[in-house]
Each structure stands twice: as C-alpha cells, then as structure tokens.
Design a protein around this ligand. Structure first.
Ligand code: ATR
Length: 280
C-alpha cells in the first residue's frame, strides 16, 4: 500500500487528507494519506523515518516549508527560488523537495479562464509572504506583463519585487490606489478576509474599470469580503478552493503514480466543509 501524509504544527485544520482520500477512493487506489503533527525538534528525524518506512512522500505545511527546504538532499528549481518546500518525495534513497503552490494557483485560474494571456495582463498581488511569493514566481515564469506587489510592509514588497526583476513593482498597502491603476488582474495573497483573520480593507474597486478579474487565495469563507466587493463592481471572481485542490493534484500523482481520476471532485466536499465550519 502506498503511504503519504501531510506534516505540520499544528495540523488539525489541514484539509489535504480530505482531498487525497477523496481521490484515492474515486481512483480505486489502495493507498493511505494521513495528517501528522510533528514537533519542531522531531522534524528531521520524522522525515528520515518516513523515508525508511515505506512512505512515498510527504506534504509540508506551516510552519515547516522553509525548514524542510534545508533538510532535503535535492530541490526543484522552483523550490530553490522560493526557499520553501510543500512536497517531499523519496527517490533512490534521497529526499527530493518541490513546491506546487504557485502552479496550483495558475492551474486554478486556467480552469476558470482557459484562454487567459499572461503576457497581456498586469497582475497585482496583495501580500508579500510565502503564498504571494510562490504566485509571483509562477506568474513570472508565465511571462506576465507586469507583477505589482502591494503589501502592508513595503520593505517586504520591495524585496520580493527585486527578486522578480524588471517586470515587478512594489507599493505599500496605503498606496494601493497607485498600484491598482494599471492592474487588470488582482490577487489577494494575504490573510485579510480569512475566517478568524484580519478583516478585508475597502479597496474601492469600482474606481478601477481596468480590473477584469479578482482571485482570492482565501477559501474560508467560500465567498470572502474581497470577492463580494469585486462581484459588486462587475469583476469576474475566482475563489480559493481551486488553488487548494490544484496544488494537491501533482502531490497525488507523485505519491500514488497516477493523476487523480476526477480532479475537480473535491470541490463539493470542501464547499460543504466550509459551510460546516461557518456554522460552528
Ligand atoms: P502565507 O504563507 O499565507 O503567505 P505569511 O507569509 O505570514 O503567510 O504572509 C501573510 C501576508 O498577509 C503578508 O503579506 C502580511 O503582510 P505583512 O508582510 O505586512 O505582515 C499580510 N497580512 C497579514 N495581516 C494583515 C493585515 N491585518 N493587513 C494587511 N496585510 C496583512
């Protein structure tokens, strides 16, 4: 039986097992996917033990993505750039680290907008943390026309924009209006609007007719405050569940040797989970 798990600290709230176990069942694969809380001082040992006890691989979540990048024997190009790993596979006795977050975002957008031209759009990203970084790099790989980083901490935005190169610009959140002027595609990669997180700011999107699409990486609640504001301004809206599912699909293939049979299947399952959480 092929075994995999997601590791983190805490791990209670991870929905990865729901996604992978859904796919295991619908693909009729005899496999196992668990969530495992790993104490910080146990991290390296745990990974070595998993390698030697028949695990195909592991997913890695908060707060270990950066630390695991240092533990791996080899890293993919994108994991090197991000300095962060969300997928470990064990290959020929070696620990190989990869990162599927950015491509998960791209896949979820292309699902909804298959003909999207990256070269013709100016993307603005709210945020400059781990999620924003992975999206910014993925957009840069797709040759996005412009990548505008807007963050509360301007220094962090500048640092990320310098790494991306000349297509990138940085603005402070207080200067959001300057950043949005040229934007055609807006992305929220902050925790603003997340259940239990900071509230979303009012962006005044109706004043920016050039913005055609808004994508939120927040998936709980299913319809965020930012998504509501964007919808009311006539902007096409993409929610965060797609990114969650699409970053999991390449992990599934790496662990169990085949892509999931119905990649979109977990949508309904996760939407129901969101409703349950909302009713807590
Ligand atoms: P993740 O890995 O999910 O990206 P992170 O690296 O902690 O998490 O990044 C969180 C992002 O949300 C950051 O861009 C953070 O802004 P700062 O860099 O200025 O801290 C942003 N964020 C968190 N709380 C915020 C708030 N109340 N207002 C605006 N931005 C906020």
């Amino acid at each position: 039986m092929k075994k995999a798990a997601v590791i983190g600290f805490p791990i209670k709230h991870s929905w990865s097992p729901d996604i992978h176990n859904f796919w295991l069942k619908s693909s009729k694969i005899n496999g196992e996917y668990k969530k495992i809380k790993v104490q910080p001082e146990e991290l390296q040992n745990f990974i070595l033990k998993a390698k030697n006890s028949g695990y195909s691989g592991l997913n890695v979540t908060v707060p270990y993505k950066e630390k695991v990048a240092q533990i791996c024997d080899e890293l993919s190009g994108i994991a090197i750039k991000l300095g962060a790993v969300n997928l470990i596979t064990f290959r020929g006795g070696k620990i190989f680290g990869d990162n599927t977050d950015g491509e998960g975002f791209i896949a979820s957008v292309l699902n909804k907008l298959p003909n999207l031209s990256f070269e013709n759009n100016n993307f603005a990203i709210l945020g400059a943390g781990g999620a924003a970084k992975s999206i910014a790099y993925a957009l840069s790989e797709r040759k996005a026309k412009k990548i505008i980083i807007i963050n509360r901490d301007l220094e962090k935005a500048k640092k990320l924009s310098e790494k991306i190169g000349e297509t990138a610009e940085a603005y402070s959140l207080t200067d959001i209006k300057k950043g949005l002027k040229k934007t055609t595609f807006l992305i929220n990669a902050t925790s603003m609007g997340m259940a239990g997180g900071p509230p979303p700011i009012k962006m005044g999107l109706s004043g920016f007719p050039s913005i055609l699409c808004f994508a939120d990486i927040v998936y709980n609640p299913g319809i965020t405050g930012f998504m509501q504001e964007a919808s009311l301004s006539g902007i096409k809206v993409i929610g965060g569940i797609g990114m969650l599912i699409n970053q999991a699909a390449p992990s599934f293939e790496a662990f169990y040797g085949q892509p999931p049979k119905n990649p979109e299947g977990p949508y309904a399952l996760l939407e129901n989970k969101i409703m349950d959480v909302g009713n807590d």
